[in-house]
Design a protein around this ligand. Sequence first.
Ligand SMILES: Cc1cc2nc3c(=O)[nH]c(=O)nc-3n(C[C@H](O)[C@H](O)[C@H](O)COP(=O)(O)OP(=O)(O)OC[C@H]3O[C@@H](n4cnc5c(N)ncnc54)[C@H](O)[C@@H]3O)c2cc1C
Ligand SMILES: NC(=O)c1ccc[n+]([C@@H]2O[C@H](COP(=O)([O-])OP(=O)(O)OC[C@H]3O[C@@H](n4cnc5c(N)ncnc54)[C@H](OP(=O)(O)O)[C@@H]3O)[C@@H](O)[C@H]2O)c1
Length: 427
Amino acid sequence: MSDWSSKNPYKAELTENYCLTTEYSNKETRHFSVALGDSGLEYKAGDALAIIPHNPPELVADLLALLGFSGDEAVETHLGEQEVGHALLHTYEIHRLNKKFIKGLEPKFDSSARPVDVRLVGRSRAAVSSGEAIQQWHWSGEDEDFPADFHPVGGALDPSYTLWSSLVEDDEAMENYIWSRDYIDLLGDFPHLLFTPLEFVSGLDRLKPRLYSIASSPDAHPGIVELTVAIVRYEHHDRARGGLCTVYLADHTELNTPDIPVFMSPTRSFVLPEDGDVDIIMVGPGTGIAPFRAYLEQREIDGAKGHNWLFFGDRTEKGEFLYREQLQHWLKTGHLTQLDLAWSREPDKPKVYVQHLMQKHAAEIWVWIESGAYFYVCGDKNYMAKDVHQTLIDIVEEYGEMSADDAKQFVEVGMMKEEKRYLRDVY
Ligand SMILES: Cc1cc2nc3c(=O)[nH]c(=O)nc-3n(C[C@H](O)[C@H](O)[C@H](O)COP(=O)(O)OP(=O)(O)OC[C@H]3O[C@@H](n4cnc5c(N)ncnc54)[C@H](O)[C@@H]3O)c2cc1C
Ligand SMILES: NC(=O)c1ccc[n+]([C@@H]2O[C@H](COP(=O)([O-])OP(=O)(O)OC[C@H]3O[C@@H](n4cnc5c(N)ncnc54)[C@H](OP(=O)(O)O)[C@@H]3O)[C@@H](O)[C@H]2O)c1
């Protein structure tokens, strides 16, 4: 065992980074292998790996330029004193706005606390796309010396004040605003607001580690953790943006370089049955396949005799059949008793989701459940897991010949709480 943690992560090496989705896909789901080296880190099938990413360096550079900071200014953070450039790279989340930051701008619109009070001594702003200087300004030492475009804020004619008020007074407007913007957009919308380095960082969210369900068995891949990661990329206001950790893993890591901060996030509940003879049903569309690949590898190595039934799905067979060869191999050898594939965006075909296939095989699922099978779900929490949950209750109701209330009780209390054989890893 080891004591690597969020405060003391192990610097692991990425040894593989490739796309699982094909040229026919407009998603980008990647397979990563992370070498645990001499860390002493151990895991079991079902555990997750925590990764502490950093922000994209070019985003930090653009932000420093817009704020007029050199990057060397010292700021006090929850992790102690840091240079602001380092803090923006490693300590805070800067890729998406938070409400607290926007609400905290209030004193800046108060005429008694005009920005000159912060004694800003220089400001340079550059175009984000071209890097071309938009403004270079240095304080002359005179109290009334302001940047050329500076005028006192907070007055009735100040459009940025009007925007700010509309956000803080309307929660929906605030949500919509922060959904598609980051601090670079904010500085563009509020060009007159000036910040000291400390003022700026104190409103930011702390950078949080991200968890990834491990897609490998430690016995099949000693010393290695494998991950299945959907890279989050999108475009708003003519700028490419993305998820902090997924873009970090996909674009900002070097192979075979020990610089990925990680620690283990073990699970106590999302585990294989101790008895290898017990059957398992796994429902894992998209990246939800990850822990089930680990389970299948583990049960194969253990020689577990229980049957394995997997429901997987994604958009198209040609584009997103993740781990196709391995799954088909297991089907051929009989290690996978049954593999049901739900493709949701096949051209000219109706949308099929995993729960539709569960419905199709409802009678058989009930037979498995009645004889003690474990039922696992992994993947999207907001829609898929809820629909799968309801489908399971419906199956129990119909084939177990129970009332709706009894079926709910059977699933939510019996299987889930008492027998702990309905297990979920959803996010
Ligand atoms: C136990 C657990 C296991 C997990 N396992 C896996 C796994 O195996 N594989 C995997 O891929 N993920 C997994 N996740 C999710 C993972 O932890 C991250 O949440 C995910 O990768 C996104 O992280 P990110 O830092 O790239 O995105 P973030 O920077 O955190 O951004 C994600 C957010 O971006 C926002 N967003 C998305 N699209 C848009 C858009 N078009 N416009 C504006 N905003 C948008 C959404 O609000 C979304 O919540 C798991 C999570 C948990 C809790
Ligand atoms: N921004 C991006 O580029 C992007 C792209 C993909 C995923 N993501 C995010 O990344 C995370 C992980 O994505 P993922 O690759 O694991 O897969 P996912 O996006 O959750 O989708 C996997 C499969 O589940 C289907 N699905 C959607 N709603 C469902 C429901 N109610 N019941 C059952 N199945 C349902 C999807 O179909 P349909 O999609 O056809 O409805 C798809 O076939 C998700 O949180 C997702 O929001 C972001």
